[in-house]
Design a protein. Structure first.
Ligand code: PEP
Ligand code: MG
Length: 311
Protein backbone atom coordinates (compact mmCIF):
# COMPACT_ATOMS: atom_id res chain seq x y z
CA UNK A 1 0.00 0.00 0.00
CA UNK A 2 1.62 3.25 -1.12
CA UNK A 3 1.06 6.65 0.44
CA UNK A 4 -0.94 9.33 -1.36
CA UNK A 5 0.94 12.05 -3.27
CA UNK A 6 2.57 14.82 -1.29
CA UNK A 7 0.16 17.65 -2.36
CA UNK A 8 -2.56 16.21 -0.12
CA UNK A 9 -0.76 17.20 3.06
CA UNK A 10 0.66 20.59 2.14
CA UNK A 11 -2.25 23.00 2.75
CA UNK A 12 -2.56 21.82 6.36
CA UNK A 13 0.37 23.98 7.49
CA UNK A 14 -1.09 27.17 9.02
CA UNK A 15 0.53 30.59 9.18
CA UNK A 16 3.20 30.84 11.89
CA UNK A 17 6.24 32.96 12.69
CA UNK A 18 9.18 32.21 10.39
CA UNK A 19 12.15 31.16 12.47
CA UNK A 20 15.63 29.88 11.66
CA UNK A 21 15.39 27.47 14.58
CA UNK A 22 12.80 24.84 13.78
CA UNK A 23 9.94 24.46 16.23
CA UNK A 24 8.50 20.97 16.36
CA UNK A 25 5.93 19.15 18.44
CA UNK A 26 5.96 16.07 20.69
CA UNK A 27 3.33 13.42 20.08
CA UNK A 28 2.63 10.55 22.47
CA UNK A 29 -0.77 9.41 21.23
CA UNK A 30 -1.28 8.85 17.48
CA UNK A 31 -4.85 10.20 17.78
CA UNK A 32 -3.38 13.62 18.65
CA UNK A 33 -1.58 13.85 15.30
CA UNK A 34 -4.13 16.10 13.62
CA UNK A 35 -4.17 18.58 16.48
CA UNK A 36 -0.35 18.46 16.61
CA UNK A 37 -0.05 19.13 12.87
CA UNK A 38 -2.49 22.03 13.13
CA UNK A 39 -0.01 23.92 15.35
CA UNK A 40 2.07 24.54 12.24
CA UNK A 41 5.02 22.78 13.87
CA UNK A 42 7.96 22.05 11.57
CA UNK A 43 7.60 18.35 12.27
CA UNK A 44 7.41 15.92 15.16
CA UNK A 45 10.53 16.10 17.33
CA UNK A 46 9.51 13.13 19.42
CA UNK A 47 6.92 10.48 18.67
CA UNK A 48 6.75 8.24 21.70
CA UNK A 49 5.54 4.72 20.92
CA UNK A 50 5.09 3.60 24.55
CA UNK A 51 1.40 4.50 24.60
CA UNK A 52 0.85 2.59 21.35
CA UNK A 53 2.54 -0.48 22.76
CA UNK A 54 1.10 -0.34 26.29
CA UNK A 55 -2.43 0.07 24.90
CA UNK A 56 -2.14 -3.30 23.15
CA UNK A 57 -2.60 -4.93 26.57
CA UNK A 58 0.23 -7.45 26.07
CA UNK A 59 3.97 -7.10 26.47
CA UNK A 60 5.99 -7.25 23.23
CA UNK A 61 7.66 -10.40 24.63
CA UNK A 62 4.24 -12.01 25.02
CA UNK A 63 3.29 -11.11 21.43
CA UNK A 64 6.36 -12.93 20.19
CA UNK A 65 5.78 -15.93 22.50
CA UNK A 66 2.26 -16.18 21.07
CA UNK A 67 3.68 -16.13 17.53
CA UNK A 68 1.79 -12.92 16.84
CA UNK A 69 4.78 -10.78 15.87
CA UNK A 70 3.00 -9.85 12.64
CA UNK A 71 0.16 -8.29 14.60
CA UNK A 72 2.68 -6.46 16.77
CA UNK A 73 4.52 -5.04 13.77
CA UNK A 74 1.22 -4.09 12.12
CA UNK A 75 0.11 -2.14 15.20
CA UNK A 76 3.38 -0.21 15.19
CA UNK A 77 3.19 0.49 11.47
CA UNK A 78 -0.42 1.68 11.72
CA UNK A 79 0.23 3.95 14.71
CA UNK A 80 3.35 5.57 13.28
CA UNK A 81 1.88 5.79 9.82
CA UNK A 82 -1.08 7.88 10.98
CA UNK A 83 1.31 10.52 12.31
CA UNK A 84 3.73 10.32 9.37
CA UNK A 85 0.81 10.79 6.97
CA UNK A 86 -0.61 13.74 8.88
CA UNK A 87 2.71 15.54 8.85
CA UNK A 88 4.02 14.53 5.44
CA UNK A 89 6.44 15.82 4.20
CA UNK A 90 7.39 17.35 7.54
CA UNK A 91 9.76 15.02 9.41
CA UNK A 92 8.51 12.72 12.17
CA UNK A 93 11.13 11.53 14.61
CA UNK A 94 10.06 8.22 16.06
CA UNK A 95 11.73 6.97 19.20
CA UNK A 96 12.26 3.25 19.69
CA UNK A 97 10.55 1.71 22.69
CA UNK A 98 11.46 3.14 26.09
CA UNK A 99 9.10 1.75 28.73
CA UNK A 100 10.48 0.83 32.14
CA UNK A 101 9.72 -2.68 33.48
CA UNK A 102 7.17 -1.42 36.04
CA UNK A 103 4.99 -0.05 33.23
CA UNK A 104 4.96 -3.39 31.43
CA UNK A 105 3.98 -5.26 34.59
CA UNK A 106 0.28 -4.35 34.35
CA UNK A 107 0.02 -6.01 30.89
CA UNK A 108 -0.61 -9.61 29.92
CA UNK A 109 2.81 -11.25 30.17
CA UNK A 110 3.86 -8.54 32.62
CA UNK A 111 4.41 -11.08 35.39
CA UNK A 112 7.55 -12.18 33.54
CA UNK A 113 9.08 -8.70 33.63
CA UNK A 114 12.20 -8.46 35.82
CA UNK A 115 11.61 -6.92 39.25
CA UNK A 116 13.88 -3.95 39.74
CA UNK A 117 14.57 -1.70 42.73
CA UNK A 118 15.17 1.18 40.39
CA UNK A 119 13.39 0.78 37.04
CA UNK A 120 14.52 4.22 35.86
CA UNK A 121 18.14 3.04 36.18
CA UNK A 122 17.30 -0.37 34.86
CA UNK A 123 16.16 -2.39 31.90
CA UNK A 124 14.75 0.21 29.52
CA UNK A 125 15.45 2.09 26.31
CA UNK A 126 18.33 1.02 24.09
CA UNK A 127 19.75 -1.20 26.86
CA UNK A 128 16.83 -3.54 26.58
CA UNK A 129 16.70 -3.28 22.78
CA UNK A 130 20.36 -4.27 22.45
CA UNK A 131 19.99 -7.03 25.02
CA UNK A 132 17.04 -8.56 23.14
CA UNK A 133 17.75 -7.97 19.44
CA UNK A 134 15.24 -10.68 18.48
CA UNK A 135 12.54 -8.57 20.01
CA UNK A 136 13.93 -5.22 18.85
CA UNK A 137 14.10 -6.38 15.23
CA UNK A 138 10.31 -6.24 15.04
CA UNK A 139 10.36 -2.53 15.80
CA UNK A 140 12.99 -2.07 13.13
CA UNK A 141 10.91 -4.12 10.72
CA UNK A 142 8.06 -1.67 11.29
CA UNK A 143 10.39 1.19 10.30
CA UNK A 144 11.54 -0.73 7.23
CA UNK A 145 7.96 -1.26 6.10
CA UNK A 146 7.15 2.44 6.57
CA UNK A 147 10.12 3.42 4.41
CA UNK A 148 9.05 0.91 1.80
CA UNK A 149 5.56 2.47 1.75
CA UNK A 150 7.13 5.83 0.97
CA UNK A 151 7.15 7.49 4.38
CA UNK A 152 10.58 8.94 3.87
CA UNK A 153 9.75 11.63 6.44
CA UNK A 154 10.15 9.07 9.23
CA UNK A 155 13.31 9.41 11.32
CA UNK A 156 14.62 6.95 13.89
CA UNK A 157 15.76 7.94 17.37
CA UNK A 158 17.27 5.69 20.05
CA UNK A 159 16.73 6.49 23.75
CA UNK A 160 19.06 6.24 26.74
CA UNK A 161 22.33 5.56 24.94
CA UNK A 162 25.51 6.04 26.94
CA UNK A 163 28.34 5.82 24.43
CA UNK A 164 29.54 5.13 20.90
CA UNK A 165 29.30 1.38 21.44
CA UNK A 166 25.55 1.64 22.09
CA UNK A 167 25.15 3.75 18.96
CA UNK A 168 27.31 1.41 16.89
CA UNK A 169 25.29 -1.64 17.94
CA UNK A 170 21.99 0.12 17.21
CA UNK A 171 23.28 1.05 13.76
CA UNK A 172 24.34 -2.54 13.05
CA UNK A 173 20.86 -3.77 13.97
CA UNK A 174 19.29 -1.21 11.63
CA UNK A 175 21.46 -2.55 8.81
CA UNK A 176 20.56 -6.15 9.69
CA UNK A 177 16.89 -5.17 9.53
CA UNK A 178 17.33 -3.89 5.97
CA UNK A 179 17.47 -0.17 6.76
CA UNK A 180 20.25 1.86 5.15
CA UNK A 181 21.48 4.35 7.79
CA UNK A 182 23.14 6.42 5.07
CA UNK A 183 19.77 7.03 3.41
CA UNK A 184 17.73 7.67 6.56
CA UNK A 185 17.81 10.38 9.20
CA UNK A 186 18.62 8.79 12.52
CA UNK A 187 20.03 9.81 15.86
CA UNK A 188 19.96 9.39 19.60
CA UNK A 189 18.67 11.07 22.72
CA UNK A 190 21.08 12.75 25.08
CA UNK A 191 19.64 11.72 28.42
CA UNK A 192 22.64 10.65 30.47
CA UNK A 193 25.71 12.73 31.33
CA UNK A 194 27.76 9.89 29.78
CA UNK A 195 26.11 10.41 26.40
CA UNK A 196 26.67 14.17 26.53
CA UNK A 197 30.35 13.62 27.27
CA UNK A 198 30.72 11.05 24.48
CA UNK A 199 28.95 12.94 21.72
CA UNK A 200 32.04 13.40 19.53
CA UNK A 201 32.70 9.64 19.48
CA UNK A 202 29.03 8.94 18.90
CA UNK A 203 29.06 11.33 15.95
CA UNK A 204 31.80 9.27 14.32
CA UNK A 205 29.38 6.34 14.09
CA UNK A 206 27.44 8.47 11.60
CA UNK A 207 24.32 9.75 13.30
CA UNK A 208 22.49 12.78 11.90
CA UNK A 209 21.12 14.33 15.07
CA UNK A 210 20.96 14.25 18.85
CA UNK A 211 18.01 15.34 20.96
CA UNK A 212 18.17 16.42 24.58
CA UNK A 213 15.80 14.47 26.77
CA UNK A 214 15.98 16.95 29.60
CA UNK A 215 13.54 15.03 31.79
CA UNK A 216 16.03 12.21 32.10
CA UNK A 217 19.17 14.30 31.63
CA UNK A 218 18.16 16.39 34.65
CA UNK A 219 17.24 13.33 36.69
CA UNK A 220 20.57 11.63 36.03
CA UNK A 221 22.80 14.70 36.23
CA UNK A 222 21.36 15.86 39.55
CA UNK A 223 20.53 12.38 40.89
CA UNK A 224 16.96 13.57 41.44
CA UNK A 225 14.23 11.03 40.73
CA UNK A 226 11.85 12.78 38.31
CA UNK A 227 8.87 11.00 39.91
CA UNK A 228 9.73 11.55 43.57
CA UNK A 229 7.82 14.43 45.11
CA UNK A 230 10.18 14.58 48.11
CA UNK A 231 12.92 15.92 45.86
CA UNK A 232 10.72 17.62 43.28
CA UNK A 233 12.00 21.02 44.46
CA UNK A 234 15.48 19.98 43.40
CA UNK A 235 14.44 18.95 39.89
CA UNK A 236 15.80 21.86 37.91
CA UNK A 237 16.33 21.57 34.17
CA UNK A 238 18.00 24.99 34.22
CA UNK A 239 20.62 23.90 36.77
CA UNK A 240 24.07 25.11 35.62
CA UNK A 241 25.34 21.51 35.42
CA UNK A 242 22.54 20.52 33.04
CA UNK A 243 23.02 23.67 30.94
CA UNK A 244 26.77 23.06 30.77
CA UNK A 245 26.24 19.54 29.42
CA UNK A 246 23.75 20.85 26.86
CA UNK A 247 25.85 23.84 25.82
CA UNK A 248 29.03 21.80 25.41
CA UNK A 249 27.15 19.16 23.42
CA UNK A 250 25.69 21.75 21.04
CA UNK A 251 29.14 23.22 20.49
CA UNK A 252 30.69 19.83 19.72
CA UNK A 253 27.80 18.93 17.43
CA UNK A 254 28.17 22.16 15.51
CA UNK A 255 31.86 21.37 14.91
CA UNK A 256 31.11 17.89 13.58
CA UNK A 257 27.93 18.71 11.65
CA UNK A 258 25.38 16.92 13.81
CA UNK A 259 21.96 18.56 14.31
CA UNK A 260 20.78 19.27 17.84
CA UNK A 261 17.32 19.31 19.32
CA UNK A 262 15.43 19.20 22.59
CA UNK A 263 12.33 17.17 23.30
CA UNK A 264 12.10 17.20 27.11
CA UNK A 265 9.47 19.22 29.01
CA UNK A 266 11.97 22.04 29.54
CA UNK A 267 11.59 22.94 25.85
CA UNK A 268 8.52 24.98 26.74
CA UNK A 269 10.31 27.11 29.36
CA UNK A 270 11.18 30.57 27.97
CA UNK A 271 14.56 30.57 29.76
CA UNK A 272 15.45 27.26 28.16
CA UNK A 273 14.36 28.53 24.75
CA UNK A 274 16.54 31.62 25.21
CA UNK A 275 19.52 29.51 26.26
CA UNK A 276 19.14 27.05 23.38
CA UNK A 277 18.60 29.63 20.64
CA UNK A 278 21.61 31.57 21.89
CA UNK A 279 23.67 28.36 21.81
CA UNK A 280 22.51 27.67 18.26
CA UNK A 281 20.30 24.61 18.69
CA UNK A 282 18.81 23.33 15.39
CA UNK A 283 15.31 22.60 16.64
CA UNK A 284 13.05 22.71 19.68
CA UNK A 285 10.23 20.25 20.17
CA UNK A 286 7.48 21.11 22.64
CA UNK A 287 4.16 19.68 23.77
CA UNK A 288 1.16 20.54 21.59
CA UNK A 289 -0.20 23.22 23.90
CA UNK A 290 3.17 24.95 24.17
CA UNK A 291 4.14 25.08 20.47
CA UNK A 292 2.57 28.47 19.79
CA UNK A 293 4.36 30.18 22.69
CA UNK A 294 7.65 28.53 21.79
CA UNK A 295 7.33 29.70 18.16
CA UNK A 296 6.91 33.29 19.35
CA UNK A 297 9.65 33.07 21.96
CA UNK A 298 12.09 31.66 19.39
CA UNK A 299 11.19 34.46 17.00
CA UNK A 300 11.73 37.07 19.72
CA UNK A 301 15.14 35.67 20.71
CA UNK A 302 16.28 35.35 17.10
CA UNK A 303 15.30 38.95 16.36
CA UNK A 304 17.21 40.14 19.41
CA UNK A 305 20.27 38.19 18.27
CA UNK A 306 20.10 39.88 14.86
CA UNK A 307 19.76 43.33 16.45
CA UNK A 308 22.69 42.62 18.79
CA UNK A 309 24.85 41.57 15.86
CA UNK A 310 24.36 44.85 13.97
CA UNK A 311 24.79 47.13 16.98
C1 PEP B 1 13.16 13.02 28.34
O1 PEP B 1 13.73 12.20 29.06
O2 PEP B 1 13.30 14.26 28.43
C2 PEP B 1 12.23 12.54 27.29
C3 PEP B 1 11.73 13.37 26.37
O3 PEP B 1 11.87 11.23 27.32
P1 PEP B 1 10.76 10.66 28.33
O4 PEP B 1 10.12 11.81 29.02
O5 PEP B 1 9.83 9.86 27.51
O6 PEP B 1 11.62 9.82 29.25
MG1 MG C 1 13.61 10.12 28.57
Amino acid sequence: EQREPIEEARPKTPVKPMTATEVKVNVSIPEAAERAAATGADGVGLLRIEHMVLSLGKTPTKFIEDNSERAYIEELVDGIRGVAEEFYPRPVRVRSLDAPTDEFRQLEGGEDEPREHNPMLGYRGIRRSLDKPDLFKHELEAFRQLFEMGYDNVEIMFPLVNDAEDVHQAKELMIEAGIDPEKREWGVMIETPASALAVDEMAEVGLDFVSFGTNDLTQYTLAVDRNNENVAGRFDELHPAVLKLIGDTIETCREVGVKTSICGQAASKPQMVQFLVNEGVSSISANIDAVRDVQHEVKRVEQRLILDSVR
